[in-house]
Design a protein around this ligand. Structure first.
Ligand code: ZN
Ligand code: ZN
Length: 376
């Protein structure tokens, strides 16, 4: 008989017939913690990305429906005839004009504008303990934005109509032009360098930038247009509509917003597919586990039927048979484990007597290996 050395199977379950649970990695069919984490994370991200996608798509749809208004002499008349003297969502392309005073650049001569933003950013290298690399990080340490009232005028100098821009800093897409940029590196002494290696932070320097919205810049404004006491105003629109002030033209703005919608849609689909496949995998595992269980139960019943028949043939009382005795000869002790099925049901002699190709008497699976059972 070909017992395989090295295997050490000592536990037998309650009915003394199987050690399967010890041999198979996972037969519970229940989803593992990792699978639940993957399912929960991917579902949550899908929902998050979908809501961002929805809001971006709404923004683009509203941007497309916004009324294009051109700055000309009749604009005031047109607005005074509109109900409420207001266009709720209008697109205006115009040139930045000053109202009274202007702001001068602190670094560039003869550069005048209406919005000026100064930013100081600290650049640092931080040691990442996981990847063992120095990573660049940036932190804004100071930012100041100055504004003066300004208006949008026509590209045509003969047209005197202007539109006053209200609360420009509320705009979602306020891209300013960089007028000045400088980097002040940190002076490093030897003792500093050693200190940085110990602390895991190495300052690189300070990045200083000045950005401006300059006089004469062409910009596109999207917002609520109202006629208020002879003054035409462009102001933040009602809730749910986005306020835009951008140096892009209307078509480029639309294209840029459309690209972002596409990106969020792709992310939603990717994570949605991941969530669905995880769910399907978990359900499939449960289903196949149940089917397997059912198959095993029916095989066990069939086996017990056969055993009862054999007991009748041999004229043995059921109560006289010990639960640990071989299911084939019903007299000797069970002494081997059949693999891969894992059934413990026969003695070594009955195993040897099994006809070739040898099959497990309980489940009829082919027997690849036999391992001796050590009863402790
Ligand atoms: Zn036997
Ligand atoms: Zn078996």
């Amino acid at each position: 008989m070909n017992f395989e050395p090295g295997s050490d199977i000592r536990s037998v379950d309650s009915d003394g017939t199987s050690v399967k649970s010890d041999l198979r990695m996972d037969t519970s069919g229940k989803p593992s913690t990792a699978q639940i984490v993957v399912l929960a994370t991917s579902s949550a991200l899908t929902a998050l990305f979908y809501s961002i996608y929805r809001s971006r798509a709404t923004t683009v749809a509203r941007l497309k429906e916004a009324k294009k208004v051109s700055i000309d002499q009749d604009l005031k008349t047109l607005l005074s005839e509109t109900p409420g003297r207001c266009v709720p969502y209008a697109v205006i392309e115009g040139v930045v004009r000053s109202v009274k005073e202007t702001l001068g650049s602190q670094f560039v001569e003869n550069c005048r504008g209406v919005i000026e933003r100064l930013t100081l950013k600290e650049e640092k290298m931080v040691w990442n303990r996981t990847t063992h690399l120095w990573n660049n990080t940036e932190k804004i340490i100071h930012q100041r934005t100055n504004t003066v009232p300004f208006a949008l005028g026509s590209h045509d100098d003969d047209i005197t109509t202007t539109i006053r821009v209200i609360r420009p800093l509320d705009a979602a897409e306020l891209d300013l032009e960089t007028t000045y940029e400088n980097f002040h590196p940190t002076v490093q002494s030897l003792s500093n360098v050693i200190g940085h290696f110990i602390s895991g932070e190495r300052p690189k320097g300070i990045h200083e930038t000045e950005e401006m919205l300059r006089l004469g810049d062409s910009i596109t404004g999207v917002g609520e247009l109202v006629l208020d006491n002879n003054l035409i105003k462009l102001q933040p629109p009602k809730q749910g509509f986005q306020y835009f002030l951008t140096r892009l033209d209307y078509d480029s703005l639309l294209r840029k917003q459309g690209n972002s919608v596409r990106l969020w849609r792709i992310l939603t689909v990717l994570f949605g597919v991941a969530a669905c496949s995880t769910l399907i995998y978990i359900l499939w595992r449960r289903y196949s586990h149940r089917r397997q269980n059912k198959k095993e139960r029916s095989m066990m019943e069939e086996f017990k039927e056969r055993q009862k028949k054999r007991m009748r043939e041999l004229n043995i009382e059921e109560n006289n048979v010990s639960p640990t005795s071989c299911t084939v000869c019903l007299s000797r002790e069970k002494s081997c484990v059949f693999l891969e099925c894992g059934h413990v049901c026969a003695c070594a002699q009955c195993y040897d007597a099994l006809p070739e190709p040898k099959k497990c008497p309980i489940c009829r699976a082919a027997i690849d290996r036999v391992v001796p059972l050590y009863n402790s």
